[in-house]
Design a protein around this ligand. Structure first.
Ligand code: GLY
Length: 360
């Protein structure tokens, strides 16, 4: 049976998740305090089965210092990509391919990506396609990338719509240094909390309780290990989103449309989308915690509505969403906290979703 394996050698404060496909371990996630400052960085970052001749570090502007310090230990070259979604462009991908050509990169070499979700998405795409695939290790530097984007091998660039070109390919390893996350500004803690709370609502009621008890001060190590456990379990069962992986899209059907239309951050848009999905869950499945969910998102300072958006535009964006299949629009809904299901939705459901977030 496939499934994530989680080993916790308490003496070292290190948690390792092994992501599996069938019986094979295809990726691992290391979570620990000060991981990038303990032992040798090379041992933490470079999996033993890889002996790269060259290492290329891709980073976003805000992670420059960390990237340089990792690169110094690995004798690597660093390339800083544009910030956030400006990095997720084919033109940027081509620039990096040409840079790797100049470095004489081979399939036996290694890309290390240091940054947030946009950076790890595009770096994963570059690694999956350059020379038809070179290994990549992801070092997420935001809570959002640590609990979601960096885990599970979704790579992509934006071409007209978000992530419309990409491949599924696991990174060789993900290294989550919780000291890096503990130093984040509140705005990024809030942003990541949206995806972490989502993980709680779809797969770990105790994570929801943790956020209700502590708000944004919820202990980062526990948040991260709980949220990654949910995601590792799901992607080990269904890597290419033919089944349960769609549960991770809870809040994303309306969320992605709002993100594009309103130009707000992914975490904020997902929070709005969760309110919309909660309302449809209540209508269709009798979900009893929609009000509780909205209250928690508000407690965390996340938006729960998105007024001033044109409903027709949002509907058009939802129709473009790549999760729509031939049979129509589908949404991930909740029977209860920890009990998600994918449901084909009709026009009345979409009206319910949009009305719940003041898009009318
Ligand atoms: N972010 C959703 C997924 O990885 O499937």
């Amino acid at each position: 049976m496939s499934g994530a394996r989680d080993s916790r050698p308490a003496d070292q404060g290190l948690t390792t998740f092994e992501i599996t496909r069938g019986t094979q371990v295809v990726s691992s996630v290391l979570v620990g305090e000060g991981l990038l400052h303990r032992g040798t960085v090379a041992d933490v970052v470079v999996p033993t089965e890889i002996a790269p001749g060259r290492v290329a570090v891709l980073a976003q502007p805000g992670s420059h210092a960390l990237a340089e310090s990792v690169a110094e230990h690995l004798d690597a070259r660093v390339r800083i990509l544009p910030d956030r979604d400006a990095a997720k462009k084919l033109a940027v991908v081509e620039d990096v391919y040409l840079w790797l050509n100049d470095l004489g990169f081979t399939r036996g070499d290694l890309i290390v990506a240091v940054g947030g979700g946009a950076l790890t998405d595009v770096a994963g795409f570059i690694a999956a396609t350059y020379l038809r695939g070179v290994p990549v290790v992801l070092v997420p530097t935001t809570l959002l990338s640590a609990v979601d984007a960096a885990i599970g091998g979704k790579t992509g660039v934006n071409v007209g719509g978000k992530n419309l070109a990409g491949v599924f390919r696991h990174p060789a390893r993900v290294v989550v240094d919780t000291d890096v996350l503990a130093a984040l500004p509140e705005v990024l803690v809030r942003e990541g909390a949206a995806e972490a709370v989502k993980a709680g609502f779809i797969g770990d009621p105790a994570l929801v309780d943790l956020y209700e008890a502590h708000g944004l001060a919820a202990p980062v190590s526990e948040v991260v290990t709980r949220a990654i456990a949910v995601k590792a379990r799901i992607v080990s069962e269904d890597f290419t989103e033919r089944g349960v992986r769609a549960h991770l899209n809870y809040g994303h059907t309306v969320g992605h449309a709002v993100e594009v239309a309103a130009g707000i951050s992914h975490g904020h848009a997902v929070a709005v989308g969760m309110v919309a999905a909660g309302a449809v869950s209540e209508r269709r499945l009798g979900f009893g915690d929609a009000v509780r969910q909205t209250a928690l998102l508000r407690q965390l300072g996340l938006p729960t509505e998105a007024s001033n958006l044109d409903a027709a535009h949002i509907r058009a964006l939802m129709a473009l969403d790549k999760k729509r299949d031939a049979s129509g629009l589908r949404m991930t809904l909740l029977h209860a906290v920890g009990a998600p299901v994918v449901v084909a939705v009709d026009d009345a459901d979409v009206r319910t979703a949009l009305r719940a977030v003041r898009i009318e």
